[in-house]
Ligand binder design. Sequence first.
Ligand code: BV8
Length: 235
Amino acid sequence: MTHANIVVLTGAGVSAESGIDTFRDAGGLWERHRVEDVATPEAFERDPDLVLRFYDMRREAIQAKQPNAAHFALAKLERAWPGDVLIVTQNIDDLHERAGARRVLHMHGEHLNAWCTACDARPRWTGPLIGRPPCPECGERMLRPDVVWFGEIPYRMDEIFAALREAHMFVSIGTSGAVYPAAGFVRTARDLGAATLELNLEPSQGTLWFDEARHGPATQVVPAWVEEMLAQAGE
Ligand code: BV8
């Protein structure tokens, strides 16, 4: 299966061993915050400071975290694999990039961008937004996290479906398969003839849609899979 095109979908589980909270595991983000209160446009409308503090806390936390062996293994696959590799991530951290991955598609946005709803600029942003700072482009104080909330349309869906149409293999890593449209990509990939593999700590909600599933911590199952693929390609 060398020179195959691979689409990799990652979720919070790939960053869990870097110390970034997942959403649905014990002690995860949604245990401490109701989605409806912090991750919807209505929540932002209703209580902007609560939402801004939630993202300020997470934006600061991720900057102190480091990529783990799973992020590095995926960056190595992207560099060494003879076919195309596209990493589509649901995560809003930048650990794939800091591990050296060059082509990362953040379908749910990025912690380290702000989004000006006045002029549509998306400036790089590492500090807090709670003080409603002025947009560097237009000066308006209308910056929000550049994050796709529930009920909002994920980014670059056309590019994702174009990559799935060209994919020979779809690999889902560290995601519970709870949120759509990401959770439906495995079915699209299958219907388009791709081989499908789940690498996750435990069976996801969509595990039955995968040809193969390997369960264990990402820092173990992902490097093992990448080494197997590169050996197969004679790299
Ligand atoms: C949309 C950014 C229309 C914010 C996120 C009814 C039925 C079907 C759908 C819907 C419905 N009602 C509403 C919807 C739509 C809704 C949805 O799916 N709701 C769900 C709850 C039912 N979806 C939307 O609103 C989306 N928009 O539909 O627009 C549309 C659709 C198509 C085309 C055009 C328009 C927008 C959703 C985006 C929301 N934003 N994130 C932020 O980060 O704060 S969602 C967020 O949760 C993540 O981004 C991710 O997408 C999602 C799931 O999280 P995971 O990453 O999977 O993390 P989780 O904690 O759940 O699981 C972790 C996994 O890792 C576990 O399986 C665990 O076992 C594993 N793990 C843990 N440790 C490890 C590990 N694995 C390996 N190693 C470890 N060490």
